[in-house]
Design a protein. Structure first.
Lengths: 690, 65
């Protein structure tokens, strides 16, 4: 092609050999060290070496051989430059933008849940998953979109696979989105249940955002950084004042809610936030959460480097056999479902074919942004895993196991968890709760609280002081809640537009996005869809995360598999069959994982079907099973399980259908002896650049 | 020398921060309008900002889970 690979100098060869040896050594220590706890720095060093080597060698291989990126070719940003959406932009600016768009709560929650199997399985899956699957998906979809005027994933699927698979995949995206919103909202519910301090600070974000919105609209239009700084100061003040609220006998009860009430509040909030004009609430929150997210990730990295914690969690726990309390199911396939974002996340394929390809100034920069951006996200996942694994394992399980297993008092919890082999006294649980300024840390599944305790301990090591740990804990909770709620608002809005489009096919006037009837109706449908799953999670006997996270994982990996199948088909259509394994193997791996996980959730001991039948047979014999207190509640649990079962069946069916369509397209393309991909024609950058 | 480098870094940081929030570079847009569409009215920064703010929440996706 047009690009010429330069030969590496001897010095460069020695450097890369040194990185490889150091990386292999660190990975060896992480993987083979038994008995003595190891320091987190080994994991960090092994990860960095793996990422650097993956980026330099595999990333480059994909760039030159598989995608054949060509810096002399004019990208969409140049060809369709409109100064707004399509603008050739500095590569580091695009990198920052892309990373901010892909980094979310996913890579922070999944690894924390997966830590129940020990830190080793999660670490290995994140490292190898990202190099061979996640970053490949992000980079290849970005590369394909760059050659197609920055088109979206849905558009490319319709073009390359046909209209029917395109529509099927987009339906999958809508369902995935509803599950994402429900599970993320549930993480917030779990973190705020009976926590007046946390609830108060999160509630404060609403008036703060309104104030910022008004300030940006009338007082100082467009001064985002300035207003975000004001917002940040107010947020920190609200965390500080939260301690007094939690201690006050009159104020604390106002902000003390159970899971059910919080679920209803979030549903009502999601409705209002997405109906109101964006400049008032949604946009200012978005600014605040974007900056807080980047800042906190940097803070976490700094804390891990400086505090260098010891990993107290064993490398591998006995729960790899599928009996773990945090989520059910064996290491295969459920580890690969639980850690989705961080290793491979289908959602990224939407972003890699969204605004990013319209901003890249040269095809030569796509590897940095697509492959490199995903490596950064994997590093965030590794940090979350370290934060969770550096906690006392007993504390970890007390926070993440449902009350149905460990009971509701510290004595019950400590004795149950000690029996599992993680010796712990009730006092240790009480002391941890007291340190972070909460009444209880039991059964706060969902990742956010665990990560917050881990972060609070790390930061407390660096900046000691009484009360500081409680401050850091609530800071971490606020940071996660803030950007999860932003995702919920923005997601509800996007979902509303999608629903208006679909419903509008049947009744045209509803399509008008400015019409209040259409707006309110579609928002209500959207909020109702994710709200149903959220409420179901909030009343679930096993804590909800247990049920919803696998559904989310299956859906997200399903989308990743679809994106990788598209990449596989296009590779063949370009007549580059000998590289078909690059996207093909991770696609097949994800299909195997999602279909196996889906089937285990449909039939067998850990399935939704089994749970539904258990409650149904008890109901028939007139018995009540906890936590149901009435026959009506029993009936609701049965219905919920059947709904989850149907949803899982839809996902499995969807992935199998997409596999068949992809296979047909692939065989057809293989037989034709000329390229058939829908790439835009080559235009030399030199001929259009001014 | 130090000063120009600092200014370049500042410009980069502001541009990245704004783009992360869906607001593209205003100067680039104004230059584009002057060059390619001299007949169109150049919006002020507040007008430009408001238009972009609304445009950001119309499309699909936008951010990850």
């Amino acid at each position: 092609m047009h690009s010429v690979a330069t030969k590496p100098s001897p010095a460069a060869k020695i450097l890369w050999a040194a990185i490889a040896i150091v990386g292999a050594w660190c990975l060896g220590v992480v993987a083979l060290h038994r008995g003595e706890p190891i320091n987190a720095i080994w994991v960090v060093a092994a990860s960095i070496a793996t990422f650097v080597i993956g980026y330099r060698f595999y990333g480059k291989f994909i760039e030159h051989q598989v995608l054949q990126m060509d810096p002399s070719r004019a990208p969409p940003s140049v060809l369709r430059n409109d100064g707004l959406d399509y603008v050739p932009t500095d590569k580091w600016v695009v990198f920052g933008h892309h990373f901010a768009a892909i980094a979310g709560a996913g890579p922070l929650v999944g690894p924390v849940l997966a830590a129940q199997m020990g830190y080793l399985p999660g670490t290995l899956w994140i490292l190898f998953g990202v190099v061979f699957a996640g970053a490949v998906q992000d980079f290849m979809i970005l590369g394909l979109s760059l050659r197609r005027d920055g088109r979206s994933l849905g558009h490319m699927l319709r073009e390359e696979l046909g209209p029917v698979p395109g529509v099927i995949a987009m339906f999958g995206v809508l369902v995935l989105m509803m599950i994402v919103l429900a599970v993320l909202a549930l993480v917030v519910v779990k973190a705020l249940t009976h926590s007046p301090w946390g609830t108060f600070t999160v509630a404060c974000t609403i008036p703060i955002a309104l104030l910022m919105g008004v300030y940006l609209r009338w007082f100082r239009p467009g001064r985002i950084l300035e207003v975000s700084l004001i917002g940040l100061v107010l947020l920190l003040a609200s965390i500080w004042y939260g301690a007094s609220v939690a201690a006050s006998p009159t104020l604390a009860p106002i902000f003390d809610f159970d899971a059910k009430a919080l679920a209803w509040l979030l549903i009502a909030y999601g409705f209002c936030a997405s109906v109101l004009p964006v400049w008032l609430l949604l946009a200012p929150r978005d600014y605040l959460s974007t900056f807080l997210k980047i800042g906190t990730i940097a803070l976490l990295a700094l804390a891990i480097f400086l505090a260098a914690p010891t990993l107290q969690m064993p490398a591998v726990t006995k729960f790899i056999d599928g009996t773990g309390p945090v989520f059910q199911g064996n290491l295969f396939p459920f580890l690969f479902i639980t850690i989705a974002c961080g290793a491979v996340s289908g959602w990224h394929s939407i972003i890699a074919s969204g605004t990013t390809p319209k901003l890249i100034a040269s095809e030569g920069q796509a590897r940095l942004i697509g492959y490199g951006g995903m490596l950064m996200e994997a590093f965030v996942a590794i940090m979350a895993l370290i934060a969770a694994a550096s906690l006392h394992p007993g504390v970890y399980f007390a926070m993440n196991a449902p009350s149905a297993l460990i009971g509701t008092t510290v004595e019950q919890a400590a004795s149950t968890i000690s029996q599992w082999g993680f010796v712990l006294t009730p006092d240790e649980l009480l002391q941890t709760a007291r340190n972070i300024g909460e009444h209880s840390i039991l059964s706060r599944a969902g990742g956010a609280p665990t990560l917050a305790v881990g972060m609070a301990q790390l930061l407390h090591n660096l900046i000691p002081g009484t009360q500081m740990m409680a401050f850091w804990y609530h800071y971490a909770i606020l940071f996660e809640a803030l950007f999860i709620l932003t995702t919920v608002d923005a997601g509800t809005r996007v979902g509303r537009f999608m629903i208006q489009e679909i419903v509008g096919l049947m009744y045209k006037p509803l399509q008008a996005t400015e019409s209040w009837t259409g707006n309110l109706l579609a928002t209500a449908i959207c909020v109702g869809l994710w709200g149903y799953f959220l409420y179901q999670g909030a009343v679930d006997p096993l804590g909800g995360i247990n049920t919803l996270w696998p559904l989310f994982g299956i859906a997200n990996q399903m989308l990743a598999a679809i994106a990788l199948m598209l990449a596989t088909v296009v590779t063949v259509k370009l007549k580059r069959e000998r590289y078909v394994w690059v996207p093909g193997i991770p696609a097949i791996w994800l299909i195997i994982c999602t279909v196996t996980a889906g089937c285990e959730k449909l039939v067998g001991p850990i399935s939704f079907t089994a749970a539904a039948q258990k409650y149904a047979s008890s109901l028939q014999s007139g018995q009540l099973l906890a936590p149901a207190k009435t026959a009506e509640e029993m009936q609701r649990i049965i219905t919920n399980n059947y709904v989850d079962m149907a949803l899982t069946a839809i996902f499995v069916l969807l992935i199998v259908t997409m596999f068949v369509f992809s296979l047909l397209a692939l065989v057809q393309a293989w037989r034709i002896n000329h390229p058939t991909a829908h790439e835009e024609p080559y235009v030399a950058l030199a001929s259009v650049a001014n | 020398m130090m000063k120009t480098r600092w200014q370049a870094f500042r410009k980069w940081a502001v541009q990245t921060a704004r783009l992360c929030c869906g607001v593209p570079d205003y100067d680039v847009y104004v230059r584009h309008l002057r060059e390619h569409h001299p007949e169109r009215k150049v919006p002020t920064y507040p007008e430009f900002f408001r238009e972009r703010q609304i445009a950001r929440y119309k499309g699909t996706g936008g951010r990850c889970c």
